[in-house]
Write a protein that binds this ligand. Sequence first.
Ligand code: MTE
Ligand code: HPA
Ligand code: MOS
Length: 776
Amino acid sequence: MSAAGKRVSHESARAHVTGAALYTDDLCGRFPRLLHAWPVTAPHAHALITELDVSPALDVPGVVATLTASDVPGENDTGANRRDEPLFPAEVMYHSQPVAWVLGEDLDAAQRGAARVRADYQPLPAIVTLRDAVARESFHSGPIRLQRGDANEALAASPHSLEGELEIGGQEHFYLETHAAIAWLDESGGVALHSSTQHPSETQEVVARVLGVPRNAVTVECLRMGGAFGGKEVQANPWAAVAALGARKTGRPVRVRLTRALDMALSGKRHPFLARYRVGFDDDGRLLSLLATLYSDAGWSLDLSEPVMGRALFHLDNAYFLPAMRAAGYVSKTHKTSQTAFRGFGAPQGMLLVEEILDRVARRLALAPEVVRERNFYREGQTTHYGQAVKDAGRIPAIWRRLLESSRFAARRAEIDRFNRTHPHRKRGLAITPVKFGISFTATVFNQGGALVLVYRDGSVQVNHGGTEMGQGLFTKIGQIAADALGLPLNAIRLMPTRTDKVPNTSASAASASTDLNGAAVMDACARIRERLAPVAAVMLGCAPEAVCFAGGFVSVKGDDLGRIPFGHVTEAAYRQRIPLFAEGYYRTPEIHFDARLGHGHPFYYFAFGAAATEVEVDGFTGQYKVRRADVLEDVGDSLSPLIDRGQIEGGFVQGLGWLTLEELLWDGEGRVATAGASTYKLPSWSELPEEFHVDFLERATEPGVVMGSKAVGEPPLMLAISAREALRDAIAAYGPGGEIPLASPLTPERVFRAIEDQRAKLCTFASPPTRVVRA
Ligand code: MTE
Ligand code: HPA
Ligand code: MOS
C-alpha cells in the first residue's frame, strides 16, 4: 500500500496536457490595472552609456512610467555571488543588455515607449570569443586548482603520451516557459511576487536588496515552472527585481515576461569550454597522468561560474582512477550573456574531456575504446583526485557488464562491422560510456532543506517545503514521501506552491538534490506529527503508543487491522486535546566537507552511477545521422517514483544528445547571439529520439542514509548522451583507416561530414590497410 516506489504519474500530468496547469505569466488575469514592462536594449557588446534620456517614452500614449538607476531605492545590483550585475548599468557589458525599462498599460505601449528612449553610447573594444579572452587573460578570478601527486613526473615516466585541445560548445536552456515575474504591493507596503524561479529565497533576497528593505518585506511564490534546467537558479532574479521596482514606483502590479527572442538574447547559457591537455598512459591504455587546463566562457558577470568550474574539475575523472593529475580552471570574462547553471553544472564538460582522451588513447593503441574505459574504472577502496573514497565503486563495472549483456553489445558490434563492410556510404557506430556524478551542492552550506506540514482536523494535509517544481517531479515524490510517512493515500496530501513565507532561507532547487533535502525535511516534519498523534491513538485503541501504526488512511494497533480508526478521527481527537497538528521539518546532509584551499575533502554525500550504450548510423554524403538505439542502466537507488525517474532519464539523455550533436550556439562578430530562436537553434524533437530506447534501473541498489533509499536522478542521465557522441566517432572511423579522431563539440551533421572527409582523405593519402582493433 506504500506510495513510494509506485508508478504514479506526475502530480500535474493531467493539468500539463489539458492546459489547466498555470505558470507565472498565466496569473496576470488576477491583477487588475497590471502594467507591462519592456526593456531598452543596448546595440553594443561593450560600451559606455554617454547619454540616456527616457522622457520621450512618456509621450507615447499608454506609457505610465520608466525605470532607470535613479528609481532604485536600495542597491543597483542583482549579482548572486558577487556585486557585479548592475540592474541599470553605466557600462554596457553584453549585446542587448537592458539599460532602462518602460512600463505601459499594455505591452505594445511599453514597446513603443522603449523605442523612443534616447540612448547614446561610446563603443568600447569587446571580447566576444573564448580564445580571445584566454589570449588576453581576461578572467573573472582563479584559477581554481585540483591536483594529486606529481603529474609532471608521472607524465615523464609514462610509456606513451598525447596532447591536444578540446572545444566544447554551450547550450541554450530553452525551457518552454521563458523568464517571468509579476510583482505587486501588499497592504503593509511590502512587495509580493510570483516568480518563475528555482530559488525563491534568493529572488526574495535580491528584490529586498534592490528595494532597500529587509527580507521580511518581500514574499516570493513559485507555483511551478515550465522548465528551468538551471537557467532559473540565479537568473530569475533581475526580472523579479524589475517587476518589484516597477510596482514600488507606480503602486500598480507589474508584469515582466521575456519573449523567446529576448530570453535567448539576454539570459545565460551552458558555459562553452576550451580544454588543453596532456596525458600519459601505459601499453594497456591505463591513464598514468593527466594535466589539464580548462577555460570556461563565463560571459560578463561571475554568476555561478566558479562552482560550475569547480564541478567540471571534480568530474574530470568521470568513472576513472587518475593516479596523478593536475588541473587548473580559468573562468573567462567575455562581453556576452552571463553563462550560468545548466543541468550537470560543469560536470558534462569535465567528463567530456576524459572521454575524448580515453578514445584517443584507445585508438592510438588500436584497442577497443570500451576495453580501455573498463581498464581505467575505479576499484573499491580508491579515492578521487580530491580525496573522497568512491563508495560503491564496484557498481561501475557491475552496471557496465550488465549493460554490455542486456544491450547485446558484442553481437551487435559484429553485426555493425559486417554492415559497415558492405555499405560504403552508410556506416554504423556503437559505443558505451559510464557516468559517475557527485550528489550534493559543492558549497556545503546549501545542503539543507526545510518543510512545514499542516494537518487539518479532518485529517487532510498540506505540505510546504523549500523545493520548486520545474517539471522534474519533485512534488510527486514529496507527495509520495508524505503519504507514506503519515500512512495516508496519495490523494489526502496537497502540495502547496513554494513560498518564502512558509519555509524561509531555502536553497535553490538544484544539484539534483531537491528530493534528498526537502523530502527528508518533510519526513522529519511528518515524524513529529506521528509522534504527537501516537499517544492520542494509543488511548483510543487501548494499546501502547509504540504499537500504533499509520497506514492506508487508518490508525491501528500494529499487526491488528480490525480495530482501525480513520486518520481523521485521530486528528480531531488530538485537536480536542489541544495537541498541535502542524510541524516543521529540517534536514542537513551529514558527513560532507571540503577544504577549497587544499582542494581536498568529501564534497559529495554519494555518487549516482549509470551507463549507456548507443548505436548510430551516419550518412556519408551529408553527415546526417540517426540514433538507432540507446540502452541505459541507471542507479537510482530504490526508485521513489519509477515513472518520474524514467522521465528524468529519457529527458536528460535527449537533452544531452541535443547539447552534443544538434544545438550550436553562434555569436556574430558584434557579440550578438546569432541563434536567438528555434529557427536557427536546432533542438532535439520527436524525430531525433532514439528509434529504440531501453531504460532500466540497477536492481537491489538501496542507498542507505538517503530518503527512502532513493538516489538523485535529475542531472546524471544527461551525461549518458556522451555515448552517442562516441558512437558517432566510431561510425566516422569506419569511413577511414582508423587512428585518432579528435572532434570538437557539438558534433553537428556539418562537423560529422568534415570528419568523414578527413577520414577519406587519410585513406587516399596513405592507402594503408585499416587498423585492426583488438577487442579483448
Ligand atoms: N526536469 C524537468 N522536466 N525540468 C527541469 O527544469 N531541471 C534539471 C533536472 N530535471 C529540470 C529537470 C536540473 S538542472 C536539476 S538540478 C534537477 O532537475 C532539479 O530538480 P531535483 O533536485 O528535484 O532533481
Ligand atoms: N550544483 C548546482 N547548483 C549549484 C551548485 C552545485 O554544485 N552550487 C551552487 N549552485
Ligand atoms: Mo541544476 S543545473 O543544478 O539547476
